[in-house]
Design a binder for this molecule. Sequence first.
Ligand SMILES: Cc1cc2nc3c(=O)[nH]c(=O)nc-3n(C[C@H](O)[C@H](O)[C@H](O)COP(=O)(O)OP(=O)(O)OC[C@H]3O[C@@H](n4cnc5c(N)ncnc54)[C@H](O)[C@@H]3O)c2cc1C
Length: 355
Amino acid sequence: MGETRFAIPQDLTDDEFGLVIAGGGISGLSAALLYQQRAGRDRKILILDNHDDFGGHAKRNEFTVDGQLLLCHGGGQTISSPASYSPVSAKVLKDIGIDTDPFDEYFDQDYFSSRNLGTDLYFGSEQYGKDVLCPNIFGGYSGEDNLDNLVFDVATYPISDETKAALIRLMTSETDYLGGKSHAEKLDIHKVVCAQPSLMHSFGMDFPVSMGGYDYTSESGQPTVLHGTWCPAVPDQGLSNIEQHKQGRRDLFAMSFDDFEDKIVPQLSGALSGGGFDPGRDIAGITVNRWPHGYAYEYTELYDDPSFGPDKGPHLVARKQIGRISIANSDANAYAYVDGAIDAADRAVNEQLTA
Ligand SMILES: Cc1cc2nc3c(=O)[nH]c(=O)nc-3n(C[C@H](O)[C@H](O)[C@H](O)COP(=O)(O)OP(=O)(O)OC[C@H]3O[C@@H](n4cnc5c(N)ncnc54)[C@H](O)[C@@H]3O)c2cc1C
């Protein structure tokens, strides 16, 4: 790509634009909507973005294979828990025509169970000496009745007898590893870093959603999208959570598409070739979405300064209004989700309108 240089503007554009927004993600676009609603529909807004499309982290991938359109999220996946959205965020959804009520109609909740599809654990040859696909004890084990099944399943794992015993102890033990914390505090701990030396912590089919003329894959002979997730971390080196995130981000930036492809193909083959998967025949295309800051960082009491929280912490200093500049974006709310991005836009617009 060639470099384009733009002349420095000679005049201020204040007369023309009521608001200039840097970044056309959900937060920037919501700020534009809220500003027009509050300051007047005739106010002109300039939205600048350094990418070739708007939407920021909320993006989707499209593939056409054998004439069939296939969709998969390429960033923000779902409008999670819309009932818990703030009134402003809920109203923004409504104003732009998003109706969350038909969820049950669009999302086929029996899709996987009706096809006897479950999850397995893949132990790759790179770490375990051979490729093995084993039953996933983390999804299905419940209580003493299934102890025999648990022992049977764990016996198939290519790990030492000592580790197998430790795993069974962990799954069956009555020990409360979070003892001393209240129920609410325990629920607050919702992040687990899964350390995996190779790529993709998990891959599988996307949510079975059909809507607006789009039909999710329904037959086993049809093409479908597999979605893989990798959160680069640097385990076992004594680094804190945040330090691992930072190093993971650097590693992500340093990887080329070829680096990803070189790992994804053997990993998929290792896991699936036992079922007849042939990468040369069965992979129509690979798209890599590299999100160097993925979810906005949310403080967790496991790793962070206990005095940090949604309403206290360094993000409040970073988002402080500077005269005619206000900072929106989900990061500014230390909250990773779409409603965080909209709520941040609400605050930023109000700051400017009352400045
Ligand atoms: C894989 C993934 C899954 C997710 N799943 C969910 C989910 O299920 N539910 C949910 O609620 N949220 C989810 N999220 C989070 C959600 O997508 C984000 O909270 C939201 O999109 C953030 O919006 P934003 O506008 O604050 O920031 P961004 O989307 O990051 O927007 C920032 C914009 O600024 C632009 N920009 C950056 N630098 C410049 C510059 N120098 N000049 C001009 N423009 C610039 C960028 O191109 C971008 O368009 C997910 C995120 C990811 C990555």
